[in-house]
Write a protein that binds this ligand. Structure first.
Ligand SMILES: *Cc1c(COP(=O)(O)O)cnc(C)c1O
Length: 357
């Protein structure tokens, strides 16, 4: 039996993507071999990388003057790759809106003069600072933001205006809605939340930013190494790129990111509306900053929270335990969570509230 899996990542993938991968697994496209057995220099694999890149460009409307890279190491490796590649004057500003944003900020400090331009830490990251009021320093190489805060359940609805390139960690909301890529110098995202199995990281970088790496930047982390090779400098995460291609095809088929956004808004609104009107559950995040992907909530007590997680799992609603930094519950409702999953969760929440109020 398949469950509704609310894991923050790795997380659900669309059923038809999984089924297609299963059908193809032993014999990809008449090659007589699995994608996981295939040379990354072979024609069939080249076609997979090419299609994945082309589809991502189409879905996100990525301008020509950006490179698209599929690399390894997760978003966490980009926490160091970004400063190593972009710090030509040795200065950057970070907005710290959560745990991953803070990790990125801390990592960058090893390589230059890094300042925190704004933070919502004093309020346990329950909101996004007003981007219009943030003052950035002169002479910085970039501004770093985390567009969706996976643990705390917030997201930017508006981006800071800066003359320096804007760098965004979009790990937990890439492809959930349209974004104007041209507003960013660099976007990166680990795939395991909205795209594919863990193991591939998407980097979308403006070409003019790929040639200013620090001398100590390791070859493998350098965008100038990866970009001309179109993700084939060394052995890439082949199976993950193939899975990403299938997800991109699926997104295109359902109508692209505008259609995906509509579905995601409907799902998130349904859940937030129920929580806000339940008189039993609460979500601590400022309404206008609420994430469409990660919804933290609590019952009136820690004991009930624990009971909730256990009983939900017994009812096929799994991985609802909140992150240890927040406690309570968190429903991660990425692209692949069907609307029926939200309905099932709300039905369970109603029943649980009635029995425990
Ligand atoms: C999950 C996550 C990360 C960490 O990704 P890894 O691929 O595990 O390194 C970083 N940033 C955000 C916003 C995330 O959600």
């Amino acid at each position: 039996m398949r469950v509704y899996n609310f894991s923050a990542g790795p997380s659900m993938l669309p059923m038809e993507v999984l089924e297609e991968a299963q059908r193809d697994f032993l014999d990809y496209n008449g090659t007589g071999m699995s994608v996981v057995e295939m040379s990354h220099r072979s024609k069939p694999f080249q076609a997979i990388v090419d299609e994945a890149e082309a589809l991502l460009r189409e879905l996100m409307n990525i301008p020509e003057d950006y490179d698209v890279l599929f690399v390894q190491g997760g978003a966490s490796t980009q926490f160091e790759a970004v400063p190593l590649n972009l710090l030509k004057n040795g200065k950057a500003d970070y907005i710290v809106t959560g745990n991953f944003a803070n990790k990125a900020y801390k990592e960058a400090q090893k390589y230059g003069d890094i300042a925190c331009a704004a933070s919502s830490k004093e309020d346990n990251y329950t909101y996004i600072p007003n981007v219009d009021e943030i003052k950035f320093r002169d002479g910085i190489d970039y501004v770093h933001i985390t567009t969706n805060n996976t643990i705390f359940g917030t997201r930017y609805t508006k981006f800071p205006k800066t003359d320096a390139p804007l760098v965004a960690d979009m790990s937990s909301n890439i492809l959930s809605e349209p974004v104007d890529v041209s507003k960013f110098g660099l976007i990166y995202a680990g795939a395991q939340k909205n795209v594919a199995p863990a193991g591939v990281t998407i980097v979308i970088v403006k070409k003019e930013l790929t040639n200013q790496a620090m001398a100590i930047c390791p070859t493998m982390l350098k965008y100038a190494t990866q970009a001309p090779e179109h993700s084939l400098y060394n052995t890439p995460p082949c199976f993950c790129i193939y899975m990403a291609m299938l997800t991109f095809r699926y997104l295109k088929k359902i109508g692209g990111l505008a259609a995906m956004k509509e579905i995601n808004e409907r799902k998130a609104n349904m859940l937030y509306d129920y929580i806000d009107n339940s008189g039993f559950y609460t979500n601590p995040v400022r309404k206008e900053d609420r994430s469409m992907m990660n919804v933290p909530f609590v019952t009136p007590s820690k004991e009930l929270d624990e009971k909730f997680v256990k009983e939900a799992a017994a009812n096929g609603l799994v991985s609802l335990k909140g992150h240890r930094l927040v406690g309570g519950m968190r429903a991660s409702i990425y692209n692949a969570m069907p609307e029926e999953g939200i309905v099932a969760l709300i039905d369970f929440m109603k029943k649980f509230a009635k029995e425990n109020a």
